[in-house]
Structure formats: C-alpha cells, structure tokens
Ligand binder design. Structure first.
Ligand SMILES: [Zn+2]
Length: 342
C-alpha cells in the first residue's frame, strides 16, 4: 500500500512545474513543508511495524531527496526566466536619459567673486552665527537700547528671551573678530542676514551681506576709499566711478554711503539710477572709537575702517536683475541663465 502511494508521489514530483515565485511556493507547500505529502509519509512512520521501519525510512528519505532536488531545479528555472525577461526589457537603441547639469547660483557666484577680489589684497574670511545676541548685533556697535537706529533694523526675536535675535547685519562678525584677535585685522565676513520686512521686488526678510573690516595703526579714510575704488573696478569694470556720500551709521564716524556710476547708462541717467547716473552699493566709514573700545582694542593706538554691501544688490546691478524675489524662488528658467558666468 505504501509502495503505491510513494510511486504516485514520485510521479507527481517528476511532473511538477513552476513558472514563477508563487508556483514555486505552491510546490514547496505540496512536497517540501512539514504538512506536505512527503511530510505526511514521515508522520506515518509511527504506524509502520518495527521490522519494516528501516526499509520504509529509506524509501521515504529517497522521496524527500527527490522532492528537494526537483525544487532546486525549479528555482533555477524560474531565476533564469526572470533574468531573460529583464534583459529583454533593456532596449539599447533608446536615447540616454537627460541628466540636467546644474550651475552655480548667481548669489554664490557673486559672493565668490567678492571674496576673490578682497583676498588678493590681504583680507581673510571670518564667519559668525546667524542667531546673535543683543550685544554683538546692536549694543557693541553703538546701538544702545531704545536708539532710533534699531528701528531701522527690526528683526526676529524670541519673545521669551529678547536677548536672542536673528542678526540684522554681518557687522556682528566685526565685533566677534575684534574681541578675539589683536590688530592688524583685515577680514571679510559674508553671510545671511534677516530683517522684519514685507517681501517685495526690492526688500526681503532674508538676504546676504558682506562686511569688510581693517584695523591697524594709521588706517585712514584714504585707505577706505582706495580699497573700495579697487573693489568697484574689479567687480564692475575699469571705467566704474565711485562716489562717497556723507551718511550716518551708529558704528562708524565719519560714515559714507558708497555709490558707483550707473552700469546701464554710464552716468547719463536712466530708470535704474532714477535719472541720477549713480547707484548705491553699500555703506562704509571709520570704525567709531567707542566700538573699538567695546571690543577691547585701544582706540588711541589703532584706527580702522569698515564697509558693508548687499550681495543681492551687487548681483542685481551686475546682471541687471530687477526683482529680489527671483533669488529665492528656485525657478530654473531664471537660474539657467547664469550657468556661463563662472
Ligand atoms: Zn542709469
């Protein structure tokens, strides 16, 4: 009786086939698993008379081996079929997928160019935190509490701790550098700054500035002017004229706004320069002795100048960009135009 049953299982194993993973699993359940027909043969061992057990065991083992060998064969068959199907999907005549090559963001390119110009005349780079405290952003720079100049630089504070704010200018880095280094200091600090401003074509709550600081013995206004003349010519071209307009900043005395001759009309007057022939690129001045003292530098021995410029402003003038918002909108149609500037 066992003999017949076993012969039938052997025949079923020999005839079994599988085309895919599901059918492989069905085969495993039917012939390999504990509950399979082969498993049942092993379970029936208990009912076999002792003198037949040995012969029965050998027979059932041979069925088990047969079932496993067939299983391996079917696995290989299904794997080979899968590989063939995959290589049939590969069409070597298709055109390659289009990998778009990116470019440098115009603000990054402008920042790099500014750094390059000042590095060549001996300025190093310094960075400071974007989350500042009141001392470094305002008080050390002669913006005492309740000073009207603070109103012009409204930023984002933490209600619980008003001593912490997002920096309104990179001038805070000046303070950090002067607190930690001894003159001579010649440093450039580019970075992101924040103001509480409504976003428009001309203003944003987040933008970039670059700050320059030179402190040493006998640094005078002539050094400031010559440094910025040099910068303007390197950045905007040899024919660029520079003009200084008296102004007020709490941390410099005297202070001056820096204008360059309009790049578009060359000084004749146009929409960009509002008919004046000049456009503003930043502010500058001699570091107020009080600021030097705040940072532990002897103002009797040392003098210095500082300047600050908006990187967006420089990029807008250089590349004739009319809307500040374009820099942060990530519109590839805008960004693509600057691929060739490096
Ligand atoms: Zn103009």
């Amino acid at each position: 009786m066992h003999q017949e049953k076993i012969e039938a299982i052997k025949a079923a194993i020999a005839a079994a086939d599988a085309q895919n993973a599901d059918e492989l699993e069905a085969y495993r359940m039917k012939f390999i698993s504990k509950k399979s027909v082969v498993g049942e043969l092993f379970a029936a061992m208990g009912q076999i008379p002792n003198e037949e057990k040995r012969a029965y065991g050998q027979l059932v083992n041979s069925v088990k081996q047969l079932a496993e060998a067939k299983f391996q064969e079917l696995i290989e068959k299904v794997n080979t079929a899968n590989k063939k199907a995959k290589s049939a999907d590969l069409d070597l005549t298709l055109p390659p997928s289009n990998h778009a090559i990116g470019g440098i963001h115009p603000l990054t390119a402008t920042r790099q160019r500014i750094i390059e110009i000042f590095e060549r005349i001996g300025f190093n780079l310094s960075e400071g935190p974007e989350i500042e405290d009141d001392w470094h952003n305002f008080t050390a720079l002669n913006f005492p509490e309740n000073h009207p100049a603070r109103e012009m630089q409204d930023t984002f504070f933490i209600e619980k701790n008003p001593d912490i704010a997002l920096r309104t200018h990179t001038s805070s880095v000046q303070v950090r550098v002067m607190e930690n280094q001894k003159p001579p200091i010649r440093t450039l600090s580019p970075g992101r700054v924040y103001r509480n401003e409504a976003i428009s074509a001309r203003a944003h709550c987040i933008f970039h500035q670059v700050e320059g600081l030179y402190v040493d013995e006998n640094v005078g206004f002539a050094d400031l002017k010559n440094t910025l003349y040099h910068f303007a010519k390197e950045m905007f071209g040899k024919g660029t004229k520079v003009r200084f307009r008296p102004s007020f900043f709490p941390f410099t005395e005297p202070s001056a706004e820096i204008d360059i001759s309009c790049l578009l009309c060359g000084g004749a007057g146009c929409n960009v320069c509002k008919g004046t022939g000049w456009v503003e690129i930043g502010g500058s001045g001699m570091v107020d002795p009080h600021v030097l003292e705040n940072c532990g530098i002897d103002s009797k021995k040392y003098t210095g100048f500082a300047f600050g410029m908006g990187i967006e402003r420089i990029a807008m003038l250089k590349y004739q960009i009319k809307d500040l918002r374009l820099f942060t909108e990530n519109d590839v149609r805008f960004l693509k135009q600057f691929r060739s500037i490096l």
